[in-house]
Design a binder for this molecule. Structure first.
Ligand SMILES: [Zn+2]
Length: 103
C-alpha cells in the first residue's frame, strides 16, 4: 500500500478534516529551513474550513523565497505536550471583513 495519498484524496482533504483529526500542520521552507507549526483547530476559523491544506503557501514568510515551501501533517502525542512549538492566534488580532453600512 502506497503511503502517498492519491491526487484525488489530496484535493478532497481540507482544513476541516485536519481539524477533525486534531492534526498539526507543519510548513517548512527548504530555502531557509524555517519551520512553522499550526494546530488545525486553531486556524480552521481563520483560514476557512475548505482550505486545501495539502497546498503549501507559495512563498516563505521569513526569507520570501517562492516555490520552496512544503507541508506535512503530524498527530500530536503526549510526548508533544509542553514541547511542540506552535504558532497560535494570540486573541488580540481581530479578523476584518468587508460589510455595508447598516445604519
Ligand atoms: Zn524561507
Amino acid at each position: 500500500m502506497s503511503m502517498t495519498p492519491s491526487r484525488r484524496r489530496i484535493e478532497a482533504y481540507r482544513l476541516k478534516h485536519a481539524a477533525e483529526e486534531g492534526r498539526v500542520i507543519i510548513y517548512t521552507c527548504r530555502a531557509c529551513r524555517n519551520e512553522t507549526a499550526f494546530l488545525a483547530t486553531d486556524v480552521v476559523d481563520i483560514w476557512g474550513p475548505d482550505m486545501m491544506v495539502y497546498e503549501p503557501p507559495s512563498r516563505c514568510g521569513r526569507c520570501k523565497c517562492s516555490g520552496y515551501m512544503s507541508v506535512r501533517f503530524h498527530i500530536p502525542t503526549r510526548f508533544d505536550i509542553g514541547a511542540l512549538r506552535l504558532r497560535r492566534p494570540n486573541g488580540v488580532r481581530r479578523l476584518w471583513k468587508w460589510d455595508v453600512y447598516r445604519g
